[in-house]
Every structure is written in structure tokens, then in C-alpha cells.
Design a protein around this ligand. Structure first.
Ligand code: GTP
Ligand code: SPV
Ligand code: MN
Length: 590
């Protein structure tokens, strides 16, 4: 307690809460983080000396380090993630639920004395630009120095947030401990009604860096419903045309499905004058503006992205971004001390240390973990938008939903209107990825790419989306894309990555009212002649296959959509049932 007094924390609620968590976790030491570079460097040194980090080749990768996680702690664990409320209906059928009191009883016993041999870091952070009316503070208490440096890269951390909190403002409370890393004692629990997160037993990004998924999506989504805004799993980009026109769009793609890549797209040489400006790669907070449009800010300040596949062809911008001041997690190590991952440029080195720290044998085992990631500051990104720090954010012209599907879903289609667009988002199905523990490549419903991140009943969430649209004089247009449709041989039909600009161009032309489209039962698709395919070696048959809407397959898909919608019972919005029925009728008639 004496120690707490010396920290001179002015926010009364914060002081009281810290006293409680100190009494519970009984730390050996307490450090209040100020967010300075010296503090960052000293944490890095300490982790190097303890072997928590490994220094990478500083000539080629200055300020870069490797972190090897526990092999049992490499991705989000959705089955260990809970929404805790008094009433199960508040969490809804898509969330794991625990009763508030029972969850606390269980957690208090796990947290009891868990820091007795450890240093407790008190980490204040700001989500969103300084001086934005939409920004929020959070305070995370953690015993993981890796989480502290991650938070410093991914948020505006330290004094900036403490200053924000001086006027006894509200903040989100996050208590984190590595615990013993045993998945049997791992719980990521959210108490949305108290704006509280308690996470124990994991040191992995989305489970442990509480500012990100726990605060900026799960807790923030609940705040958004109460206050009339949206917290979404979305990238934000500006697309500049050669004549200088600039449109901003957001895009919701499930985890490890292309947000970071689209957010840092470098248009191909043939697209002279086109620019894609990066504002965010994972999370968007979206508010209704007095101009009747939706505006978005990125609450984060860095990228926690998938490193597998990053190379000079697919993503030169991200490759450049992560060349300095980056923490790599679970990549492989070359003998010259530089990081290596599958899909990197060049040949596979003959000698490698794998992500577990063992000598790698080229026997089919991966050298880097499939969910190996980088933690890197946004300010280093060469395509970062000049609006990145704008307190008002940017006005959104379009929202893109994007799902990875080997078949069924065309390259791109446009929703008929907002309500139909909400149906398109709510009925989204996507293949699972390595970002979460579990089977990869299984199609599941992942509405708005928010299945793992919505902090309340998704029936209410869909209603909230409908309400937001009805309150907007000029809501964004809604599109759906699929970069991952495959042919019968299992090959991707679309080249993807930088060539996705061609689809963005069609979307922009639709927004500008410059092109017509073909009406299908599921939405508008491009006329082939309106898709700019110049310079692409793609056959007419392939492009037809990419855009094909198979009536029978879609009717089959609707059966699964129906089963999903039914799980919400009476709470489910009738407007979306109506959209479902209209879609089905159109398919039957087609
Ligand atoms: P989270 O950080 O987990 O939320 O993911 P994200 O949506 O930002 O995913 P990211 O952009 O990192 O994409 C990861 C995976 O998608 C990698 O395996 C990429 O190779 C793949 N990917 C991204 N864009 C494309 C594309 O245009 N075509 C294909 N075929 N794959 C893509
Ligand atoms: C995701 O899984 O969607 C991520 C990575 O963005 S994590 O922050 O770990 O959730
Ligand atoms: Mn994500």
C-alpha cells in the first residue's frame, strides 16, 4: 500500500482498484509505466538477460527481437474466452458464458498471490488519437514484460494516458497474469457491465495484450451499443485515384484472412497514380457524424500481424515496416541471426533454428509457427495516412466484408442497400484459420468477422447495426469480397494481394456512380468489361468462374444461415429474416 501512495495516482477509482489488485496478487515489486523510450529499452534489456527475448541481427534488423512463446500458447483460445454477466442471454448463443459471481470466485482463487515472485507492471494506455472525443483510456495490470512492450508498440501508452485519466475519467480495467501457462488454468474473462477484463494463463497477443481484442472489441462493442457507435474487427484505408479523389473504406475479414495485407496494399506498376493509404489493420471504432456519414478511427498505434507469407512480392510495404523496432513471435532463426518464416523471399536456408528453438530438419515440419506474428509501430509504415492521428478519423464511403471461401462466394458483390448489407455481414461464412486454436479450414458462421469478439448477444448486435444505418443519412455502401475462391484443382482463381486493387477500383467506381452492375439474387456483381484486368494473365473462363453465382450452392448455404439465425430465437431482428426470405425467393426464381 505504501508503494501505491508513492505512485501519486490522481484518479480515485484507479487508486482504489489498484489497491484491490495489489492485495489480491501480492506482487514482489510494482512499476508504474510511463511509456518512455528508456523504460522500453530497459524492459528489452531485462528480457534479453532473462532469455525471454533473443536479439536479432542488429545490422539488418535494428531494434528487432525474437520471442519464443510456450508451445502451448501460440494463438487465441476461443474455448477459454468468456463473457461474464448475471444473465446468459446478455452473452447470447455465440459466446461462452459464465455467471459474474462464479467467474470472480474462480478467478480470485487463481489470481491469489500469483505475482508474489514477480514484478507487477501498471500500464495505462490510450486507445485512439490524443484529443479525440472517441478515444478511451484503459489500465492494464500485468506480470508480463513481453505484454508491456507489446502494449507500448500497439497503443499510445504511459503518461499520455495517465494525463487523460487525471480528471477522474472512466477507464477500462484489465488484470493479466501469465499464471503458469497451463491451458487448464487459462481463462480470458470479460465483465462488460463493469468494464473489467481478467485474463490468466496466456502470454499470447489476443489473450494477453488486453487493450486489443478484450478492450477495443469485446468491451468496446458493449459500450458502442449503449452509446450509439460501433467497435469492429476492421481495417481502415484511404484509396486515392490518379485525379486526387480520395475515398475511405473499412473492411471486416476474419482473423488471418487478409486485413493487414489489404491495409498495406501496394498497387502494381500499371496502377500509376493510385495510392492506398493505411489507417488501421485490425480494429475500427465507427461513429455517426453530424454530416450524416459514418466516420472511423483506429484505436491502435501498431500492428500485430501474421508474418507467414510476407515477402517483397505480396507485401513489400509490411516487409519494409517490420525491418526495425519489431518484436517477432515464433519465427525461425537463420544462422546469421536474422528471422525466417515460410513464404519469405529467397530459398529455404539449409540451416535453421525452428520456432521452438530446436535445430530444424527439413522433414515437412514448419520452421516458423503458422501463427507467427510481428508487433510493429504503425508510424514506421511507409503508406501510413496523414489522417492517422486525426481526432475525427475519416469518413467511410464503403464497408467491405471479406471471407475466405474455396467456393460459393464470388470475387466481389455489392449489397442492394444497408439492410441487405447487414444481412450479408450477419450471414457471412468463412474458413477458420491458424489465428485461433482449433481446426483450420472449416467453414463456420463468422458474422461481420466478429464471432470471437462481440461482447454481447449478437442478435442485439445485428439490431444495433440496423439502427446505426437507419440513423445515418448517408451510410456507406456495403460490399463482399472473396480473394480465395479455388478451381477444381484446388488452385486460387484470383492472384490476390496487390492485384486486389482491381476490385477496389470497381468498388470506387460504384461509389462514384461510374459503372453499372449485374443484378443477381445475392447482390450486384461486376460486368466483366468493367473489371480492369489489363496486364493480368487471367482467362475469360476464370473470371466467369470467379464471379459465378451458383443457385443450388447458395440455397444450400442458406440452410446453414437459417440454422444459425434460429439459434438467436425471438431476439433475432425480423428485418434480417425478411432479407433472408427475399434472398431465398430470388434464388428460387432465378
Ligand atoms: P488478424 O491479424 O488475425 O486479424 O488477420 P488479418 O485479417 O490482418 O490477416 P492477414 O492480412 O495477416 O492475412 C493472413 C493470411 O491471409 C496470410 O496467410 C495471407 O497470405 C493471406 N492473404 C492475404 N491476402 C490474400 C489474398 O489476396 N489472396 C490470398 N490467396 N491470400 C491472402
Ligand atoms: C486476430 O486473431 O484476429 C488477431 C490477432 O488480430 S490477436 O490480437 O491475437 O487476436
Ligand atoms: Mn484480428
Amino acid at each position: 500500500m505504501d508503494k501505491l501512495e508513492t505512485l501519486k495516482i490522481k484518479n480515485k477509482e484507479l487508486k482504489e482498484w489498484l489497491a484491490e489488485v495489489i492485495a489480491l496478487t501480492k506482487p514482489k515489486d510494482i512499476v508504474l509505466c510511463n511509456g518512455s523510450e528508456e523504460e522500453y529499452n530497459s524492459l528489452i534489456s531485462e528480457m534479453l538477460s532473462k532469455g525471454i527475448l533473443i536479439e536479432l541481427n542488429q545490422k539488418e534488423f535494428p531494434g528487432c527481437y525474437l520471442h519464443r512463446s510456450d508451445p502451448n500458447d501460440v494463438a487465441r483460445t476461443e474455448h477459454l474466452t468468456f463473457i461474464c454477466t448475471d444473465n446468459k442471454d446478455e452473452a447470447g448463443p455465440t459466446n461462452n458464458w459464465m455467471n459474474t459471481n462464479e467467474a470472480k470466485k474462480m478467478l480470485f482463487s487463481l489470481f491469489n498471490g500469483c505475482m508474489k515472485d514477480r514484478t507487477m507492471y501498471i500500464v495505462p494506455y490510450l486507445m485512439g488519437p490524443k484529443d479525440s472525443p472517441h478515444s478511451q483510456a484503459g489500465v492494464m495490470v500485468t506480470d508480463s514484460p513481453y505484454v508491456v512492450v507489446g502494449t507500448r508498440i500497439l497503443t499510445r501508452m504511459g503518461n499520455i494516458a495517465l494525463e487523460f485519466l487525471e480528471n477522474s475519467r472512466n477507464f477500462v480495467k484489465g488484470l493479466h497474469s501469465i499464471g503458469d501457462l497451463n491451458p487448464n488454468r487459462r481463462f480470458i474473462c470479460h465483465f462488460p457491465n463493469e468494464r473489467l477484463i481478467m485474463s490468466i494463463g496466456s502470454n499470447y497477443g489476443g489473450n494477453a495484450i488486453l487493450s486489443k481484442k478484450c478492450h477495443a472489441l469485446r468491451i468496446a462493442s458493449v459500450m458502442g451499443r449503449e452509446e450509439g457507435w460501433l467497435a469492429e474487427h476492421m481495417l481502415i484505408i484511404g484509396i486515392e485515384e490518379p485525379d486526387g479523389r480520395l475515398n475511405y473504406i473499412t473492411g471486416a475479414f476474419p482473423s488471418a484472412s487478409g486485413k493487414t495485407n489489404l491495409a498495406t496494399l501496394k498497387p502494381p506498376a500499371s496502377y500509376e497514380g493510385w495510392k492506398v493509404w493505411t489507417l488501421g489493420d485490425d480494429i475500427a471504432w465507427i461513429h455517426i457524424n453530424s454530416d450524416g456519414r459514418l466516420w472511423a478511427i483506429n484505436p491502435e498505434a501498431g500492428f500485430f500481424g501474421v508474418v507467414i507469407g510476407v515477402n517483397s512480392k505480396n507485401n513489400p510495404i509490411m516487409l519494409q515496416t517490420i525491418k526495425k523496432n519489431t518484436i517477432f513471435t515464433n519465427v525461425a532463426l537463420k544462422s546469421n541471426g536474422t528471422p525466417w518464416w515460410e513464404g519469405m523471399d529467397g530459398n529455404v536456408p539449409s540451416e535453421l533454428i525452428d520456432w521452438k528453438g530446436e535445430k530444424w530438419k527439413p522433414n515437412g515440419e514448419r520452421a516458423a509457427h503458422p501463427n507467427a506474428r510481428f508487433t510493429t509501430p504503425a508510424l514506421q509504415c511507409p503508406s501510413l495516412s496523414s489522417k492517422f492521428d486525426d481526432p475525427n478519423g475519416v469518413p467511410i464511403s464503403a464497408i467491405i466484408f471479406g471471407a475466405r471461401r474455396a467456393n460459393l462466394t464470388p470475387l466481389v458483390f455489392e449489397a442492394f442497400n444497408w439492410e441487405h448489407g447487414v444481412f450479408v455481414g450477419a450471414s457471412m461464412g468463412a474458413e477458420t484459420t491458424q489465428a485461433a486454436v482449433g481446426k483450420v479450414g472449416v467453414v463456420r458462421r463468422d458474422p461481420m468477422a466478429m464471432l470471437p469478439f462481440c461482447g454481447y448477444n449478437m442478435a442485439d448486435y445485428f439490431n444495433h447495426w440496423l439502427k446505426i444505418g437507419s440513423k445515418c443519412k448517408n451510410p456507406p455502401r456495403i460490399f463482399h469480397v472473396n480473394w480465395c475462391r479455388r478451381n477444381k484443382k484446388g488452385e486460387f482463381l484470383w492472384p490476390g494481394f496487390s492485384e486486389n486493387i482491381r476490385v477496389l477500383k470497381w468498388i470506387i467506381q460504384r461509389i462514384n456512380g461510374e459503372v453499372d452492375a449485374i443484378e443477381t439474387p445475392i447482390g450486384y456483381i461486376p460486368k466483366i468489361e468493367d473489371l480492369d484486368l489489363k496486364g493480368l494473365s487471367i482467362t475469360k473462363e476464370t473470371i466467369e468462374e470467379l464471379l459465378y453465382v451458383d443457385k443450388e450452392e447458395w440455397l444450400e448455404e442458406l440452410k446453414d444461415v437459417k440454422r444459425f439465425f434460429e439459434t438467436f430465437g425471438d431476439r433475432f431482428p425480423k428485418e434480417l429474416w425478411e432479407q433472408y426470405n427475399l434472398t431465398k425467393e430470388r434464388l428460387i426464381k432465378a
